[in-house]
Design a protein around this ligand. Structure first.
Ligand code: NAD
Length: 294
């Protein structure tokens, strides 16, 4: 897959104008976790840009509903895939290759979260989040990357999180897995470049999807945690994020970090990691006090 470079106005301008559309027309894509939230928005954006998308999710009904509702010129087909099952992921990738001759784009996006004190997390929960958020991505890479090399190109897009770039507690298991996804993505990108395969990692702050209310342990509240932690009133709109992701892929950007507050916090964290860690410790104390008061 030939990869466009950043144009004179940059990828962000392209996202606003939809100028990346030509990059995706006729491309084959697999999106995991495509039935909800960010994966659903990616599926919609890809189909609108002319791509042929397999929308894979554990929740087949959600993927089916989403595919029935998307508008062309591309196409979307639902598939039930559990990303923790390596054979199921490999079969989904093989089906894309069988249908379209190659897999151009893989979005390793499925993910789960837990919010709570780490001492309350069971080993089963630790294993579950590692299985979905890390092994799920590994399974996608293992199945699709050799095929992209053989085809002479492609692009792998891994959804990590701001939790992959920065660290605050009460989401320690999530942060663990998302740091792994950022590391995998950046390392693989340096290998894959020689084969014409792009790798990008998506690191959003809070995005307005059902995950914000999932995985809460005890009296912690996801929305309070995410919005207060990031000092924003509203989470990012998933369709807006998807447009930014496609622009980033078209421009072969290593990172897509959204919104602007997240980019500022990320830079601050690199400039002064000790300061940011102290701020995060205070924030965790406030969140615990809020949970105790409920
Ligand atoms: P979501 O809960 O709306 O969607 C996640 C989807 O993944 C669901 O449809 C779910 O059925 C699917 N899924 C879960 N386990 C699966 C499995 N084993 N196999 C296949 N599918 C599975 O959440 P979302 O916000 O759209 O999350 C998508 C990705 O974005 C996740 O990796 C998440 O960590 C990441 N992310 C989300 C936010 C946010 O604030 N929403 C911020 C940063 C990163």
């Amino acid at each position: 897959m030939s990869r466009a470079r950043r144009g004179p106005h940059g990828a962000r301008a392209n996202a606003a104008s939809g100028a990346f559309t030509g990059h995706f027309a006729g491309r084959s894509a697999l999106v995991t976790g495509g039935g909800s939230g960010i994966g659903a928005a990616l599926t919609r954006a890809l189909v609108a840009a002319g791509a042929h998308v397999t929308c894979a999710d554990l929740d087949l009904d959600a993927a089916t509903r989403l595919c029935a509702a998307v508008a062309g010129p591309g196409t979307a087909h639902p598939a039930q895939v559990d990303v923790t099952d390596a054979e199921a992921v490999a079969a989904a990738v093989a089906a894309v290759v069988e249908d379209h001759g190659r897999i151009d784009l893989l979005f390793n996006n499925a993910g789960i979260t837990f919010l709570g004190n780490t001492e309350d997390l069971t080993l089963a929960q630790w294993n579950a989040i590692i299985d979905v958020n890390v092994r799920g991505v590994v399974h996608g890479v293992h199945a699709a990357y050799p095929r992209m090399i053989a085809a002479g190109g492609g692009h792998i897009v891994n959804t990590a999180s701001m939790g992959g770039l920065m660290a605050a507690g009460l989401m320690t298991s999530y942060v663990t897995t998302k740091h792994a996804v950022v590391g995998l993505s950046l390392a693989l990108r340096t290998e894959a470049a020689a084969y014409g395969v792009g790798v990008s990692v998506v690191c959003p702050a809070a995005v307005d999807t059902p995950i914000l209310d999932k995985g809460e342990i005890g009296d912690f509240r996801g929305r309070d945690y995410y919005l207060e932690g990031q000092g924003v009133k509203r989470p990012v709109d998933p369709d807006r994020l998807a447009a930014r992701v496609l622009a980033g892929v078209a421009a072969d950007e290593p990172f897509v970090v959204e919104p602007v507050q997240a980019r500022v916090a990320w830079r601050l964290g690199r400039l002064s990691p000790g300061f940011v860690n102290r701020m995060a410790t205070k924030f965790i104390a406030q969140q615990r006090a809020g949970a105790d008061a409920r």
